[in-house]
Design a protein around this ligand. Sequence first.
Ligand SMILES: C[S@@+](CC[C@H](N)C(=O)[O-])C[C@H]1O[C@@H](n2cnc3c(N)ncnc32)[C@H](O)[C@@H]1O
Length: 270
Amino acid sequence: MSDSGYVHGYSLREATRLADQADTLAELLHGDTRYPRGSRVLECGCGVGAQTVLLAAASPEAAIVSVDISPASLEQAKARTEAAGYENVEFLAADVYELPFEQGSFDHVFICFVLEHLPRPAEALRCLRRVLRPGGSITAIEGDNGSWYCHPETPEARRTVECQNEIAARLGGDCLIGRRVYPLLVEAGFRDVHVSPRMVYVDDSRPDLVEGFSKSTFIAMVEGVREQALELGLIDAASWDKGIADMYKATGPGGTFCYTFFKGTALKGA
Ligand SMILES: C[S@@+](CC[C@H](N)C(=O)[O-])C[C@H]1O[C@@H](n2cnc3c(N)ncnc32)[C@H](O)[C@@H]1O
C-alpha cells in the first residue's frame, strides 16, 4: 500500500509514534486482554508491531499470527518482536479483505487502529468473522478524534484536528470511527457486542502522559498531515502553525488534554 492510501504513511517518525502510543496506552487499552494457552490469535494490521509485543507479552502461551498489508512494516514488526525475545508470533503479508486462512482458523481476532483507515470497515469485520471459529472472540480498538478537547483550546488548534479528519476521509478513512465500533460489530454479524470507552486525561501532574500521549501520540499524529493540509488548501500555514503551537501550550502548566478510545469485544455465534 502506498503512502497516498494511508493517512499516517510509513515513515520512521510514524513508526516511533505508533510505538509511543502503544507503550503509553498499554495498560489502559490492553490490560484486560489475555489469551489462554494454546489459543490461536489473529492480529490484523499489526503495523510495525507496536501492539504485537504487548499482545505477545500478555499472552505468552497463545500462538499469534500477525498480518499487515505492508511488507516493510511487517519486517519492522518481526525485528521488534524478535528483539523483545518473543517466539510465539508468526508474521504474514495479507489484506484484511482477502485473508489467506480457512474459515474458523482462529480462536480470537485482535484489530487495533486499523478500521479507521479502511474504506469498508464492516466488510473487513465480516472477513475477520469468517476466519474466527464459532464462539471465538474479536477485540477491536479505535480512537475518535471527535472526543478530543483541550484547555486552553483555540479555533486554530481545533481546525488542525479537523484537517486531519478531512484528509483521512478523502482517503476513505474515518477518524471519528470510535463511536461506530458498536454498530459496525453488530452490522458484521457479531453477538454479545460490548464497547468500553477508555478515556485518556492529561494534565501537567502526569508528565509521562504529557510526553507519551499528548505530544508523541496525538500532536505528532496531527502534525504528520501538515503538508497535505496546506497543499489541499484546507488551512493556511500561519493558522496551522498557530494551531499546533496552541496545542503544545495545552500540554504545559495549567493545560489539560482529553481523548477517548473505544474498545469493542464481541463473539461469533455458533
Ligand atoms: C495506524 S496503523 C496501526 C498498526 C498497529 N495496529 C498499531 O496499533 O500500532 C494501521 C495499519 O493497518 C495496515 N492496513 C491498512 N490497510 C490494510 C488492509 N487492507 N489489510 C491489512 N492491513 C492494512 C497499515 O499497513 C498499517 O500498518
